[in-house]
Write a new protein. Structure first.
Lengths: 359, 268
C-alpha cells in the first residue's frame, strides 16, 4: 500500500484491517481499482454515441460545466448532446445499476440464498402494474413514475404483512408471499395489456423491458442522492448483514436482532429498487449477477461486497446502455442486453465455480 | 411442551443437560436464549430476567453453540469466529485489532488455527463444530450454552472439547451443555440435569444422577452402570451381560475399555 498514513488511519477507524492475516489490504486495493474502472468506463462511454463529437470537444464541454465556465460559448448542439443527454444518462445508469446490485446483495444476504434477486418480493410486478395504470389511464393515474414506485412499494409491503405472524417473518414464508403477490400483480398487468389499445400496449411492453431513453438531470437529482444515502446506511450495517446471513437464531445469539435489521435492510433495499424501477423500467439480471461477481472477487464479507456491487452494477449498466444506444441506429431496450450478456456469465459461474459460490 | 422445569447453575459450574431425543432439551435451550417465549416462568441470568433485557445485552451475557449447520455463503473460518465479537462492537463497523486477536486466540485455543483461511461451509461437520465452539469462546460471555457440542466429533476431538469446557469453567464461566452420551456427562460435568418428557427427571452430581434407576426410567432399561478403575461407566446392558458371561473367553474386550478409560483419566 502506498497510500499516506492518514488514509490507513481512516481505514482502521472504519474497522478495516490493513495489516495482519485477514487479507483486507488486498480487498481494499480491489475496491479502489473497481472505482477506477467505473470512472474510466464512464469516461469512455460519454465519448461514444451515434452523433460524432470529438473526444476533445466532449471533455471541453464537461470541463466547462464542472468549472462553472462560460457555458454560453459552447456550441449549442454539443452542449445539448453531451451535457443534457449523455452525462445524465450515464449517471442515471450508474445509479440504477448500483441500486439494483446493492439491493440484490442485501436480499441474497437476508434470505440466505445466493439465487435471490431484488425483484423476489414482487416489487417489479407491482411497479409494472403501477406503470401500466399510468399508461392506460393517464387521466386518473397522472404519473407513470409515481404510481410505479407506489405500487412497487405496496407489493412488497403486502408480501411482508402476509408473511408476518406473531412478531416474526420467517424467510421461506416471506419469499412465498412475495411470489404470490408478484403473480397477482403480473396477472393484473396482463389484464391491462388485454384492455389497452395498440399504442398503450406497445408502451407497456417497452416499459417492461427497461431503458434510459428519457434520462434527464431531474431523474439523476431524484435518484442519485437516495441511492448514495441508502448505500451508506446499508454499508454501515454490512457486518450485521454477515451475521444475519448465518440464520435468525444465530444472529439473535450474537446480539443482532433479526426482525429489526431484516425490516430495516429490506425496507431500504426495496425503496431503492422501486425507485430505480419507477424511473427506468424493469432491468433484469444486474441485481442477481453483480453481487455474485463481487463475492467471487472479494469473498462473502458484505463490508466489501456492498461497495463492490455498487461499482460493478454501475459499470455493467453503463456498458449495456452504451451498447444499447450505439449498436444500431434505433435503440435496443437495455433489459434485453443485460439478459443476453448476463446469462452466459452466470452459466460460466455455475460451471466453473458453482460449488464454491452456491455452497 | 415443557413444564415443571426448575433448576439453577452456579458460577463456574459445568452443567450437563441430558435426556433422550425429543425430551425438550433444545426447546429448553431456546427458551433460555429467548428464541422461544415461555408462556409461564422466568429465566434469570445474573439476577436479570432475560425477558426484560434486549438482544444486544443478552448476547454479552450468553453465548450459544448451535448444532452444526451449513450456511450458504463461503465465509472464511476467521470471519465466522470474528462474528462472535459482534456484541462487543460499536461504531461504523467497529471491529478493532483487539477483536481480531481474540478471534485468532480462540482458534488457537481449539487447536484449529490452520483452518483459519478455509471457507467455513466446506469443512466437515466436526470441523464446523470446533469453529462454532471457537466463536462462542471469542464471544467472551460469562455463560455458555452448547447444543450437543460433540455430536459430530471423533473421540480425540470430543475429549478436547470437554477439556476446553472444563478449562473455561475453571476460569469462572458457567456452561450448560447438552449431550447424548451419559459417560461424557458423568466424566466431565459438575452437575447433571436429566430431562425426560418435558420435565426434570433428576438433578444433582453425576455420580448420583447417572444411575441405573434414572437411566432405566428415560431409556427403558437398556443401560448398565459399572465401575472400572474407580470411573463410572455406562454401557449397554446386552454388552455388560454378554461380557459377564464370556469374560474368560474374551479377555481382550475388557482391556480395550481400560485403555480408553486411561486416556480419559489423563485428561480430567
Amino acid at each position: 500500500m502506498t497510500e499516506p498514513t492518514g488514509f490507513n488511519h481512516l481505514l482502521k477507524r472504519l474497522g478495516y484491517e490493513t495489516s495482519g492475516g485477514f487479507g483486507e489490504e488486498k480487498k481494499i486495493v480491489i475496491l479502489l481499482s473497481l472505482a477506477a474502472v467505473l470512472f474510466i468506463t464512464a469516461s469512455v462511454a460519454v465519448v461514444l454515441g451515434t452523433y460524432n463529437i470529438t473526444v476533445a470537444e466532449v471533455y471541453h464541454t464537461i470541463f466547462t460545466h464542472l468549472t462553472f465556465g462560460d457555458v454560453e460559448s459552447l456550441p449549442k448542439l454539443h452542449n445539448t448532446i453531451v451535457w443534457d443527454i449523455r452525462v445524465p444518462r450515464i449517471i442515471l445508469a450508474t445509479s440504477v445499476g448500483g441500486a439494483l446490485a446493492i439491493a440484490g446483495a442485501i436480499f441474497q444476504g437476508v434470505f440466505r440464498n445466493p439465487l435471490v434477486e431484488p425483484y423476489i418480493l414482487g416489487v417489479s410486478s407491482g411497479a409494472a402494474f403501477g406503470a401500466a395504470l399510468g399508461i392506460v389511464f393517464p387521466t386518473i393515474f397522472f404519473s407513470i413514475q409515481v404510481f410505479a414506485f407506489a405500487f412497487g412499494a405496496l407489493a412488497v409491503t403486502l408480501a411482508y404483512l402476509l408473511a408476518r405472524s406473531r412478531g416474526e417473518t420467517p424467510i421461506v414464508t416471506l419469499i412465498l408471499a412475495g411470489v404470490i403477490i408478484g403473480s397477482i400483480f403480473s396477472a393484473l398487468v396482463s389484464l391491462l395489456k388485454y384492455l389497452s389499445d395498440d399504442t398503450a400496449l406497445r408502451e407497456i411492453t417497452f416499459w417492461l423491458m427497461g431503458g434510459f431513453y428519457y434520462a434527464t438531470w431531474n431523474d439523476v437529482i431524484l435518484l442519485a442522492p437516495v441511492v448514495i444515502i441508502s448505500f451508506l446506511i446499508l454499508w454501515s450495517l454490512g457486518w450485521k448483514l454477515n451475521v444475519l446471513s448465518m440464520g435468525d437464531d444465530e444472529a439473535r445469539a450474537l446480539g443482532v436482532n433479526p426482525e429489526k435489521y431484516k425490516f430495516v435492510v429490506i425496507a431500504l433495499a426495496t425503496a431503492i429498487t422501486a425507485f430505480a424501477v419507477s424511473l427506468v423500467g424493469i432491468i433484469a439480471w444486474v441485481g442477481l449477477m453483480m453481487p455474485h461477481a463481487s463475492r467471487m472477487l472479494l469473498g462473502p464479507d458484505n463490508r466489501f461486497v456492498l461497495p463492490a456491487s455498487l461499482m460493478m452494477g454501475g459499470c455493467y449498466l453503463i456498458v449495456c446502455d452504451t451498447l444499447a444506444r450505439t449498436l444500431t441506429t434505433a435503440e435496443i431496450p437495455v433489459g434485453i442486453l443485460t439478459s443476453i450478456l448476463g446469462a452466459p456469465y452466470l452459466c460460466y459461474l455455475l460451471r466453473s465455480k458453482g460449488r464454491v459460490i452456491f455452497g | 411442551m415443557l413444564s415443571g422445569v426448575s433448576f439453577s447453575v452456579g458460577k463456574g459450574e459445568l452443567c450437563g443437560l441430558f435426556g433422550p431425543n425429543g425430551s425438550g432439551k433444545t426447546t429448553l435451550f431456546k427458551c433460555c436464549l429467548r428464541f422461544l417465549h415461555a408462556e409461564r416462568g422466568r429465566v434469570m441470568v445474573h439476577n436479570e430476567d432475560i425477558s426484560r433485557c434486549n438482544i444486544e445485552h443478552l448476547a454479552r451475557l450468553v453465548a450459544y453453540v448451535p448444532q452444526e449447520h451449513k450456511p450458504p455463503f463461503p465465509y472464511l473460518v476467521r470471519e465466522v469466529v470474528l462474528m462472535g465479537r459482534t456484541p462487543h462492537l460499536g461504531g461504523f463497523f467497529g471491529i478493532r485489532r483487539r477483536d481480531r486477536e481474540i478471534a485468532m486466540d480462540a482458534l488457537a485455543t481449539l487447536g484449529i488455527s490452520d483452518l483459519a483461511d478455509r471457507p467455513y461451509n466446506q469443512l466437515s461437520g466436526g470441523q464446523r463444530q470446533m469453529v462454532l465452539m471457537a466463536r462462542a469462546i471469542a464471544q467472551d460471555t460469562p455463560l455458555l450454552f452448547l447444543d450437543e457440542p460433540t455430536s459430530a466429533l471423533d473421540f480425540q476431538n470430543q475429549m478436547r472439547i470437554w477439556e476446553i469446557m472444563r478449562d473455561v469453567a475453571g476460569e469462572g464461566k458457567t456452561i450448560l451443555a447438552c449431550s447424548h452420551d451419559p459417560n461424557h456427562v458423568a466424566w466431565f460435568c459438575d452437575r447433571v440435569v436429566v430431562v425426560g418428557d418435558g420435565t426434570v427427571v433428576a438433578e444433582g452430581p453425576p455420580e448420583d444422577v447417572i444411575s441405573e434407576a434414572v437411566l432405566g426410567e428415560i431409556y427403558q432399561d437398556v443401560c448398565s452402570v459399572r465401575m472400572l478403575d474407580g470411573v463410572q461407566m455406562v454401557m449397554p446392558r446386552c454388552v455388560a451381560e454378554r461380557n459377564g458371561k464370556q469374560e474368560s473367553s474374551r479377555p481382550l474386550h475388557d482391556a480395550l475399555f481400560v485403555g480408553a478409560c486411561g486416556e480419559v483419566d489423563a485428561g480430567t
